[in-house]
Structure formats: C-alpha cells, structure tokens
Design a protein around this ligand. Structure first.
Ligand code: PRX
Length: 655
C-alpha cells in the first residue's frame, strides 16, 4: 500500500466537527488568558471569577474568586433546559458491561440521583470538605458515582488503581491521612474473582486514619458482599444508598479548591500525590474533550483507560460527562472470553469514539487483523491514542483495520501532571503525520529546549518543555513543595515546566515525542515505580538487595527487569522465582510484577554506593555496557553477564 505522508480529515468528519477554524491557533496565542476565560465561561459558575490567572512561578492560580462544583458541571446542568442545549435527563450517561456480560445503563437523571444519594451518605458519615476519600474500586459505575459525590460535597477523592497491592494502597492512604475507603467485594478479571476488599483489609493494618470502609457488592442480586465485614468499621454501599435522600445541594467550591489527588511514580522515592484543583482543571478538560475528542451528546464514547489513571479521571469521568456524551465502561479483560471481545462491544453498543493506548493496539495487531473484520465497526468515527508514542506502523494498522480509513486518529500527548491533553491534532482540521502528536492545543505553549533553556531548531532533539502556565496544570505534590519545585521547575529556573520527555520538532512544527529522558519506567503506557517494586522485592525473606530497570518490549513498550541478590544460603530456583514474583504482586500489585528476574551475587555500584542503573539497563537489553570506569568493583560485570545468560534468570520470564 502506497501511503501518503499526511492524512487529511475526511470531509464528512470535518463537516460535523466541533472545531474547523484554523485561525484559532493565532487568536489563542495572541491572548491565551482571554481564550481560556472564554472556555471557562462555558462552564456553570455560582460566582464569577475576578482574576483569570495569577502566576507566581512556579505556582499558578486560575479563575480566582470564582466558585463552581464539578458534579453540577457534569450532571445538573444537563438536566435543566438551557439556551441551544438539549435536556439530557433521559439520555444515557453510563453504559456498562461487566466481564461476564451483565449490563447496566444509567441516564443522566439516574446518575444525578445516585450521586446526590451518595453525597448524603458521605455527609452522614461526617465527611467534610477537604477530607480525603480513597477509592479502590474496579471499573463499576459506583466508581464514577463516588468521585462525583466527593466533588459534590467538596471532599478530595483519591482513586487508587485496583490492580495495585497492599503496600501501594496503604502508602497512599497514609500520605493523605484518609478517613474513608470505598471498595468492592470483588471484580472479574479473565473469569476469576479479584477480592479487592481483602486487599483493603490487609492494607488497613497500618492505616490508623481510616474510620470506615464502604463496600460495593459486585453482584447486585446478592444482599451482602462476599467478604469479611467488621461490624464497627464496615458499611455496605447499597444499604447506605437505600436509606439516603436523593437531593443534596452542591457545595460552592472555590476555583482553586482541590478536586482530587492522584498518585504517580517518579524516578526515586515514594510516589507523588499530584494535586489538581477545580476551575482550571474542568476548563481545560472540557475544552480538550470537545475539540480533540470532538465529543457531542450523540456520541457513545469508549476510553479504555481505567479510572485509576489520569486518563480515566479526565476522559472517562469529567470530560465526556461535561460534554453530555454516553460513556461506555467495561469491567474486564480485552481477551475474555476470547480476543473478539473489544470489537464485539464496539459493534453491540455502536461506539463512535474510541480512545485507547498504543500497547493495546500492538496487542490487537498480534491477535490478528481478521478479528476486527468479524464485527461491524462502521459506528466508529474517531480514534484516539494516549500513553506512549504510537509508531507509524501501529498508526497505519489502527487507521486501516479499525478506522477503515474513515476515522481520523488523535495522538494525544499529556501527563498526570498536566491534567489534560496538551499536544494533539484537532481532528476536523489537522493533516495527520502518522507517529506525531502534532501541535500544542490552542492556548498551550510548548517548546523543545536544551539544558540551558534555549529553543532548539527543527530536527534537533531536546527536552519537551511547557513554557506558559496552563489551566489544568498540577498545583503541587501533596505535602511536598520541595519535590514539586525540584522535579518540575528547577531545570529552567521556574521559567518553564520540565516534562521529563524527549522531543523534536519537524520543519512543519509538528512535535515528535521521543520517550522519557529520566529513569521513569513505563509499562503498557503506565508509569511504574522502580522504588516501590524494589521495596517489595527486598521485603521477601530470601532477598538482600534489588534493583529494577526496564528493557524494550515489543508489546508493552517496556518490561520490568529485576536484578536480585539473595541471602548467601539461598539458591535461585523456579519455586523461589515464583514466590518472589508473588510477593511483588501482593505488595504492589500484579501490574508491577517483573517480567524477568536476574539473580546476581552483587549489584554494580559507584564508589559512593549508587547503583549504576544505566549499566543494568544495557545488560538487560543485551546492549554494549559503555563506560564502566566509575564502578567500585569491576568484577561485578562478569557476574552480571553470567547471571543474565544463566538458565535460572531465563526461567523467570512469565507473562
Ligand atoms: O512519556 C510521556 C508518555 O506518558 C507520560 C505520562 O504518563 P502518565 O502521567 O502516566 O500519563 C499517561 C496518560 C496521559 C508522558 O510523560 N505519553 C503520554 N502520552 C503520550 C506519551 N508519549 C508519547 N506520545 C503520547 N501521545
């Protein structure tokens, strides 16, 4: 197939697109504050703001003086007639399918009622504005209800991805001093039950702040959850809901009040609690959902991200609901009961906008082009990609076999910290170069800089920087101002935000993302914390020391490799590998399990005792070692090379 280098949007798409006026790039750049204020005006405010932006580097405040409520913007405003806006009371807000095939639908009116009820429940439990509520739920509608109910009363939600383990959960609960945890008795994954409440019970042994746990019963036909319940601490979701009133007046939150804290991994130390506030976050999430994902109330939209990640916060909950779309949610694995599941659901629910990750697309490619051909995918009109660079061949496959060459692809670059999409095409307008996320969204300023902070010319790679404050930017790291300044603002003296990504521009000013330039590991588009995995490894009785690095992986982008030193009296064996792997899965969750364990009598260290991760990365990837002059003990190299090639390390591989 002879491919053009640029793909223009089909006329039928552009004719209906939410934005097709290219002068928006110039007009927004001429006065970004005015432009963002125009977006903010489209939200519902109780009190108008007096200041659009107050920028005291590295701290920004947007829309100061204004008050609003996130749940009102997602729900209430669709229920009352507004000029030129349809009343969406009976329109489906959430369409949900469980892994076993059970289905649920909630209209905007029903979702509103549920959120009101749960807000009253929270109030009865004495949850106050700014209290932290940790939500450890699978992809159930209750996850959206819980987040919006927290927003309604002004409590701060912190969703912990339900694939994380006991240490990850207790660490986050303790950092936030959360008083309430919301979970489910279990969830389905590949036909098996994952008992989440058990994980919560085990985590809470070390979490003195928690007073109550609310448990959702996964099977609505069961009157009590399938788990241990302690009479003093445990409450059952549906019992609380049936006794609650379905009217709870929304609290008036200041624009800069915290909406949520979401943890993400850094290069070192504990995970960072990324703080997002209300007015600016909602403004940019709304703008990007409307113009990049082109969402309209007529869309049935599926973003495959779990709500435990930022993509799920911004583009499963807040963005699509503010746009009045129908949000499709799926509980389980893509290949259960077989590898046609995704395509069957797109066909069955007539999904029109599909937003997923390159790692998922690579998996679909492996499963074969014949599978999507078995389903009718003609309902699709737009495709999205997020989480890592999408390479041109994956882009072409997605475009051809899923979009059937009719659907533009929006490759969206952003981060937990940015809160919303920063670089992406406008699908009715942009001519798409496969593999590039193209241009910053109108109102956003990005650049490729060198270490001195100078802009680099096209085709030179450097660091991706954000050079102006933006509405949905993180407002800090929870209780860690020094780390906020150091991680993101020290590189260019508070002038520009350091993304940690490499990038280059082409002659047409399109941005090409080149992956992380720091030590952050990214597996299947998710940031993984090497420190958390190392802590879990050394908590195993046989392990004395461990270092975790990544190596390239065809499917997942990167895979985790653990270098492990055992106690002198322990020998590597398949049983030991299994037990170490299980330990990691228990403590920090199955997604953090190493793909390979390499046993070594010692780790390579500098004379100051720092582990030489670069060397370990090269060894794991079978690359030349490079400079080894700073090694404290050069003999370690031969140990490591032997260990990498030994059968015991190879047998550590698992799915
Ligand atoms: O390296 C970039 C990569 O994902 C990182 C952010 O990860 P996280 O905070 O977990 O958020 C993921 C979902 C927004 C970025 O620093 N990344 C994200 N999207 C892209 C990407 N890399 C290239 N192209 C993208 N479209």
């Amino acid at each position: 197939m002879d491919k053009p280098t640029l793909f223009s949007p089909p006329k039928s798409f552009s004719d209906e697109a939410n934005i097709t006026d290219e002068t928006i790039y110039q007009s927004s750049a001429a006065n970004p504050e005015k432009y963002w204020a125009e977006w903010a005006q489209q939200l519902h405010w109780f009190t108008p703001w007096h200041t659009i932006l107050d920028w005291q580097p590295p701290h920004a405040r947007w829309f100061d003086g204004g008050t609003l409520n996130a749940s009102v913007n997602c729900l209430d405003r669709h229920l009352s007639p507004r000029a030129h806006q349809p009343n969406l009371s009976d329109h489906t807000a959430i369409l949900w399918e469980g892994e076993p095939g059970d289905e649920r639908r909630l209209t905007y009116q029903e979702l509103h009622q549920q959120v009101n009820c749960f807000a009253s429940v929270l109030q009865q439990l004495n949850i106050k504005p700014s209290d932290r509520v940790v939500i450890y739920l699978p992809m159930l509608p209750e996850l959206i209800i819980a987040c919006l109910a927290c927003a309604r009363i002004g409590a701060i939600h912190s969703v912990v991805f339900a694939g994380l383990g006991i240490d990850s959960l207790s660490q986050r609960i303790n950092d936030l001093a959360a008083t309430l945890v919301i979970t489910a008795d279990y969830s389905w994954r590949r036909g098996k039950k994952l008992f989440l409440k058990n994980t919560v019970d085990r985590s809470l042994k070390n979490c003195p702040s928690v007073k109550k746990i609310i448990t959702v019963t996964r099977d609505p036909n069961q009157s009590t959850p399938t788990c241990h319940l302690s009479p003093k601490r445990d409450l059952i979701w549906h019992k609380l809901m049936s006794a609650a009133t379905n009217h709870y007046p929304p609290s008036h939150q200041a624009a800069e009040d915290i909406l949520f804290v979401l943890y993400t991994s850094g290069t070192t130390g504990r995970p960072k609690g990324i703080v997002h506030t209300t007015g600016g976050y909602l403004t940019q999430v709304y703008a990007t959902t409307k113009w990049i994902l082109d969402l309209k109330p007529t869309d049935v939209y599926w973003c495959t991200a779990d709500i435990g990640w930022i993509t799920g916060h911004s583009y499963v909950i807040y963005g699509p609901l503010m746009c009045g779309a129908t949000v499709f949610m799926y509980e389980g694995a893509f290949d259960f009961p077989n590898q046609t599941r995704v395509w069957q659901m797109i066909d069955r629910y007539k999904i029109s906008v599909f937003y997923t990750a390159p790692t998922a697309i690579r998996q679909f490619i492996q499963w074969g082009k014949n599978l999507p051909a078995l389903s009718d995918l003609t309902s699709l009109r737009l495709l999205g990609s997020v989480g890592e660079p999408i390479n041109p061949s994956t882009w072409h496959w997605y475009h051809h076999y899923i979009g059937r060459e009719r659907c533009p692809i929006v490759d969206t670059w952003w981060q937990t910290e940015t809160g919303a999409i920063m670089i992406a095409p406008l699908p009715g307008l942009t001519k798409l170069p496969p593999g590039s996320a193209t241009q910053p969204f109108p109102g956003i300023s990005t650049a490729v800089l060198n270490s001195a902070g100078h802009s680099l010319p096209p085709n030179q790679s450097g660091s991706l920087a954000i050079t102006q404050p933006w509405p949905s930017m993180l407002r800090g790291i929870w209780h860690d101002e020094a780390r906020y300044r150091d991680n993101y603002w020290s590189q260019w003296h508070n002038q520009s935000y350091f993304t940690g990504d490499g990038a280059r521009l082409d002659q047409q000013h399109n941005f090409w993302l080149l992956g992380r330039i720091d030590d952050v590991i990214q597996v299947a588009g998710h940031r993984i914390s090497s420190t958390e995995i190392e802590n879990a490894l050394v908590s195993h009785a046989a392990v004395t020391e461990a270092a975790v690095v990544s190596k390239p992986d065809e499917l997942k982008g990167e895979a985790v490799v653990a270098f492990v030193t055992l106690l002198p009296n322990r020998r590597p064996s398949p049983a030991l590998i299994k037990s170490i792997t299980k330990r990691v899965a228990d403590r920090v969750g199955p997604i953090n399990k190493p793909a390979q364990i390499i046993f070594t009598p010692q780790l390579p260290k500098t004379r100051s005792g720092k582990i030489m991760r670069r060397l370990l990365r090269n060894i794991a990837a079978h690359q030349p070692l490079g400079d080894t002059a700073t090694l404290a003990d050069p003999a370690v190299i031969s140990h490591l090379t032997q260990a990498t090639n030994s059968p015991s390390s190879k047998s550590a591989r698992h799915k």
